[in-house]
Design a protein around this ligand. Structure first.
Ligand SMILES: *[C@@H]1O[C@H](CO)[C@@H](O)[C@H](O)[C@H]1NC(C)=O
Ligand SMILES: *[C@@H]1O[C@H](CO)[C@@H](O)[C@H](O)[C@H]1NC(C)=O
Length: 344
């Protein structure tokens, strides 16, 4: 019993790095470099995306409108109604920002929309004319009519999860999922998970258990990283937590689902990118045999190498050594003794 309590205390101390969701301050955070789209606030402006930043270009003269399909300035648009932010009929009212969930315009009169934004963690709600906490808002990227500003076939981040993205097909927004890896907004492609900075990991199947045996107040592996986990809380009706929060262990620690704690990576069998969350240049690889190691760069695996001859990779020393097996055996032995003494 005592040992169990100790483990729980450690878990509380070690497992507290919960992620906070980031908000999209610039629409180009969703689009890959070089994408051109129409500015959702104006029929005559285009936006070119580079490094997640918007650059605006305005059409004028005899071709005052921007066509999102041909990406050219044109004389007329088929459907120019509603492509400008307008204060018509909205005097002394707040109206929604078509580019974000947190932005709004205040219309002092019929002519001049004045931009403003809600505080962090809040969305603007046009119905209630106020900023509300995001958990009370249903606004998502899908709330915007993206297919009226971007041409068909261009993929972009949906912010619905690391492996998901949007694409307009025949003018309709399609929610798509990467076949493998995570969606990378900068390149507009699905790439290796560890290369994408994203905390919205998709839930593994039955992440918090089943109706018959729900996992309550438990940490579970995220199935995407070696240092991350989901925390399943207790629901009022005892059903599995439908929305467990993701968090991660501190630097150079991996999550171990069996003991429910963050611990030395060497004790954790995890075959996701073992360089992720590490600060050292060489780490033991998940390949069997203890001979292979990974070269890490900025928390991402560069390549896998193998120790020469009959040497084994020693993560503590960061090099290949001869007596590793004996040392790790001794270590394992002393750990079991500690474990047994904790249990009694
Ligand atoms: C403003 O109200 C008038 C009269 O009700 C209507 O004809 C017009 O279409 C409205 N304009 C907008 C932009 O809603
Ligand atoms: C705005 O608030 C109304 C009333 O509370 C609610 O019905 C609606 O879903 C909210 N809209 C969004 C986008 O959250």
């Amino acid at each position: 019993m005592k040992g169990r309590n100790l483990v729980n205390c450690l878990a509380l101390i070690l497992l507290a790095n919960f992620a906070t969701s980031q908000r999209v301050e610039d629409i180009c955070q969703l689009f890959s470099d070089g994408t051109v789209l129409r500015d959702p606030e104006s029929c005559s402006r285009s936006i070119t995306c580079q490094d997640a930043k918007s650059t605006y270009t305005t059409c004028s003269g005899s071709t005052p409108f921007f066509n999102k399909d041909t990406l050219k300035c044109v004389k007329t648009l088929d459907d120019s109604d509603g492509c400008d932010v307008t204060c018509a009929n909205s005097t002394a009212k707040f109206i929604n920002d078509p580019k974000s969930c947190f932005g709004y315009y205040y219309c002092a009169d019929e002519q001049t929309p004045m931009y403003g934004k809600c505080a962090a963690g809040q969305h603007f709600n046009g119905t209630t004319q106020s900023c509300v906490w995001t958990q009370h808002s249903t606004c998502t990227a899908a709330s915007f009519d993206y297919c009226s500003i971007i041409k068909n076939g261009v993929s972009f981040d949906s912010n619905l999860g690391c492996n998901r993205y949007y694409e307009c097909t025949k003018g309709a927004l399609v929610d798509s999922t990467c076949k493998s890896g995570y969606y990378d907004a900068r390149s507009g492609a699905c790439i290796s998970k560890s290369l994408v900075h994203c905390d919205a990991h998709p839930y593994p199947t039955n992440v918090c258990g089943t109706a018959k045996s729900p996992k309550i107040n438990a940490y579970v592996a995220d199935g995407a990283t070696c240092h991350g986990y989901f925390y399943c809380t207790q629901t009022s009706d005892g059903s599995p937590d439908p929305a467990p929060k993701w968090g991660h262990c501190g630097d150079d620690l991996f999550f171990d689902a069996t003991s429910q704690i963050c611990t030395t990576p060497i004790k954790v069998a995890c075959s996701e990118d073992r360089c992720q969350g590490r600060t050292i240049p060489f780490v033991l690889s998940a390949t069997k045999g203890c001979r292979n190691y990974l070269r890490c760069s900025n928390g991402v695996t560069k390549d896998e190498k193998s120790c020469a001859g009959n040497l084994f990779f020693d993560e503590e020393q960061g090099s290949c050594g001869r007596d590793l097996k004996i040392r790790s055996l001794l270590k394992r032995l002393s750990r079991s003794i500690l474990y047994i003494s904790q249990q009694n």
